[in-house]
Write a protein that binds this ligand. Structure first.
Ligand code: CP
Length: 308
């Protein structure tokens, strides 16, 4: 059995049994919640800090809920009203907050690699969890995405999964690919305009299919992604109407996928740009299930890192 994690900054190279242990734990927590258990005390006396330098609705809220449901205290650091605006540097902020006796720091930052830098500078005993860094990794999103797929299609060895959209700037795509690969997914296809694709060397085993009609044919799950305009050079910015006609997920395209294909999106969604409203709200949509699973995955991760 792989050793217990101390930090979670990426899913890259995480062993399959570690991923499965976290998914199993998330499922057990989901089952317990379905049977009426809403609050546990395994993290009583622990303190968790949400340190978000970029906006978030789902990740920040679900980490807070997850920590509270495990009995931990949570501090939400408000960057806008913090001394960061007076010029305090990241590591000075880190050490200042650590002096208040934290057990875990959940960090989101526009700069890829920041969570690993914090691991290098954090006091021993303080765990770091990456809540999304630049275009590099969003490990808990990757975990909740594969948990959602596993709930409906547990046989990864027979699955075709399509990730469509702005792969180049997407930390979600990277963490999804790492998780799907670790679980032995039969075929991972990425699709989108060539300007929004990663280099072929980054994911040699992933199939790049430029045409969405071709990419989605026979797929068991399709994950559509937002255009990450905040990470794009002006030259990469596609015209939104043209983008939807080529890469928007609508009912006609969904009909090309395998029967019951799971429709997924990490959110926030942009209706009419990467996904049609009737597909986002349709019977095959798992988007809100992904959000719900986010709480259980984050409980599982906090439990792995912090439970005594
Ligand atoms: N999927 C995701 O990371 O959403 P938020 O930006 O709302 O946290």
């Amino acid at each position: 059995m792989s050793p217990r994690l101390r930090h979670l900054t990426t899913l890259e190279n995480l062993p399959r049994d570690t991923i499965e242990r976290l998914l199993d734990r998330a499922e057990a927590l989901r089952d317990a919640c379905a049977h009426g258990t809403r609050k546990l005390s395994v993290l009583a006396g622990r303190t968790v800090l949400n340190l978000f330098f970029e906006p978030s609705t789902r990740t920040r809220t679900s980490f807070e809920l997850a920590a509270r449901r495990l009995g931990a205290d949570v501090v939400n650091f408000d960057i806008g009203f913090s001394s960061t605006s007076k010029g305090e540097e990241l590591f000075d902020t880190l050490h200042t907050l650590e002096a208040m006796h934290l057990d875990a720091i959940i960090v989101r930052h526009k700069q890829s690699g920041t969570p690993d830098e914090l691991v290098g500078h954090a006091m021993s005993g303080v765990s770091v969890i990456n809540a999304g860094d630049g275009n590099r990794a969003h490990p808990t999103q990757g975990l909740l995405d594969v948990l959602t797929i596993r709930q409906h299609r547990p046989d990864f060895e027979n699955l075709i999964v399509v990730i469509c959209g702005d792969i180049k700037h997407s930390r979600v795509a990277r963490s999804d690919i790492h998780a799907l690969t670790a679980l032995g997914t039969k075929e991972i296809r990425v699709c989108g305009p060539s300007t929004l694709m990663p280099s072929a060397e980054e994911f040699p085993k992933v199939h790049y299919v430029e045409n969405f009609d071709e990419a989605i044919r026979g797929a068991d799950a399709v994950i559509t992604l937002r255009l990450q305009k905040e990470r794009m050079a002006a030259i990469d910015l596609p015209d939104e109407a043209a983008y939807f006609s080529h890469y928007g997920l609508d009912q006609r395209r969904l009909a090309l996928a395998a029967k019951g294909c799971l429709v997924m999106h990490p959110g926030p969604i942009n209706r009419g740009i990467e996904i049609a409203s009737d597909v986002a709200d349709g019977a095959q949509s798992r988007i809100l299930e992904q959000v719900g699973n986010g709480v259980f995955v984050r409980m599982a991760v906090l439990n792995e890192l912090l439970a005594r």
